[in-house]
Design a binder for this molecule. Sequence first.
Ligand code: CTP
Length: 432
Amino acid sequence: MKRLANKRVLLGVTGSIAAYKAGEIIRRLREQNADVRVVMTQGATEFVTPLTFQALSGNPVHQHLLDNDAEAAMGHIELARWADVILVAPASADFISRLCLGRANDLLGALCLASNVPLALAPAMNQQMWKDPATQTNVQTLRSRGVLLFGPDSGEQACGDVGEGRLLAPHILIESLSEVFKTGSLSGRTVLVTAGPTQEAIDPVRFLSNHSSGKMGYAVATAAMEAGAEVILISGPVDNSLSVAHNIKTIHVTSAEQMMQQAQAFAQKADIFIAAAAVADYRPVAEHNEKIKKSAQTMMLQLQRNPDILATIKRENPWLYAVGFAAETEQLEQHARGKLQDKGVDMIAANWVGKAAAETNGTFGSDNNALKLFWQGGELELGVMSKTRLARELVGMIAAQFDNAIESGRLKPEQRNIENIVQFKSSSKDNK
Ligand code: CTP
């Protein structure tokens, strides 16, 4: 499986004699259908011209931190946000030392600081430079910060020495890089995900909604795809900049009722349902055909409960492994366990919102979050990290728990039978 397909790889090339091998790395990344952008340090351009990498990657090569033209096209922060992973290959001793200090004195250093996606280094240097305690201490420090180290390899070096410090062979580097996107095996499974807010129309120009950005749901859909699943994403209205790979079937809806209809249409073919949407609990009893005009000082808006999509889908399709989210401002565990019970689902991923979220840096729209997972007889805390990484960890746990549930016979895929579905009736509790 091509795990790097549709992945955006930012390849940093630094000043090392092995810089020419980056050409082979780019070629192999493109063979995997990865989207590649190359950033070269000043040192790297002494060894290879940017034109070579531009031709191989099919994209302009980025070199300078303060370059008006480049900033106008894709500025350094935008480039940092664009990447799904950063690979620095070859990584010179000097670059490793600057990274360790958190220097942002060139474009590549600044990008590494400005990005929170996985960062991998493939060191290449003289064997004595690699062995030097300064380099070794830097490498240890970077490892402890979660930076991945690929290699170095050992053998004969360009300078004639023999020892550790050679760039890892490009095909092994690509293999190691694709491991970054391995979250657990969901191959052959279908995963249905809801994401984003819903909008409940009041009149032709107004609606009720909430602050959900959809980022977590989109990250979950991507992580499930990376784990090999076929993914169907039902998305409420989210910012245009949010997107998923084209092989994720995406259905755009506006209201909770539309989300419910689509979820019911696709649930029968799914194995796992992950409800990450922030569904509006209520909608106006009636949508006004014309814009409501202001009159009195106060006005009443009568609302009615929306259906609980998660609870309904699990009840109608009991073989599904159903995962809900719980956004809480207080008593996280109590509310999460309550939802696990009341909605009859298999797992609840709970997170703080509102003031309490400030501690976890996970407010609406943020790129970070933290989750606490609860299931019957277990729980797991996933600390603050980017939503991308968090989604991978969550999907890894869901895949493991799903397998357990099938093996233990708790979930029975053989129940998947249309007749089963129609005989279920909505209970008053969920018929909001
Ligand atoms: N959910 C849903 N349909 C709804 C409401 C919620 O599918 N009408 C799902 C959400 O996608 C989420 C979970 O239920 O996975 C919990 O959502 P949350 O808003 O935290 O809880 P509610 O059930 O709405 O309860 P409350 O607002 O009272 O906390």
